[in-house]
Ligand binder design. Structure first.
Ligand SMILES: CC(C)(COP(=O)(O)OP(=O)(O)OC[C@H]1O[C@@H](n2cnc3c(N)ncnc32)[C@H](O)[C@@H]1OP(=O)(O)O)[C@@H](O)C(=O)NCCC(=O)NCCS
Length: 144
């Protein structure tokens, strides 16, 4: 893992297009690198995953996480989420995220790491047929 730099943006866009039905674009990643904490996961010199989050006082929000499809199912998504939780755990009480209700792999990943459903945002995402709801999930962290 290392912090993402501007030269990674093309790789981030490629991964996002590979795995997301409505992918973030170059501008969104460029803004995220400026505003949020952004990391890339590399195998050799190849970017195979990324993690973007925000931390304000004692709360953190996971904004995006992805693993290139050809590297999924190998534990890398869990590695990224564990990295996020380890990074925030010293000063964070609660972590939040939003996820499409249809995104079963991501929901299973989050539930496996202690996130729980705490609410919904109706019609939050673009969907193939109209809009799709988001689950809001929360994980309470023990203070260290
Ligand atoms: C979600 C994502 C990051 C998981 O990455 P991954 O490297 O495949 O995940 P891992 O191999 O580390 O698996 C971790 C856990 O995720 C869940 N999971 C992963 N793939 C799954 C699948 N196809 N079906 C159900 N659960 C799945 C399981 O709970 C798994 O734990 P287990 O191996 O003990 O069963 C990956 O699917 C991805 O990039 N998806 C597209 C981007 C995305 O949806 N991001 C979330 C936005 S909110």
């Amino acid at each position: 893992m290392r912090p993402a730099i501007d030269d990674d943006i093309a790789s981030l866009v490629n991964i996002e297009r590979d795995v997301s039905p409505f992918p973030w674009n170059e501008k969104q990643f460029a803004e995220s690198l400026q505003k949020h904490r952004s990391y890339v996961l590399c195998k050799g010199n190849r970017v195979v995953g990324f993690l973007i989050f925000n931390q304000v006082v004692d709360e953190a929000e996971l904004l995006n996480i992805a693993v290139k499809s050809s590297f999924q199912g190998e534990g890398l998504g869990a590695y990224l989420l564990d990295y996020f939780l380890a990074e925030i755990s010293a000063s964070t009480v609660s972590a939040f995220l939003e996820v499409r209700v249809s995104n079963f792999p991501a929901i299973a990943l989050y539930e496996g790491r202690g996130f729980r459903h705490m609410g919904e945002r109706k019609a939050y995402y673009h969907g193939y047929s109209g809009r799709e709801d988001a689950w809001i999930m929360r994980c309470d962290l023990p203070l260290r």
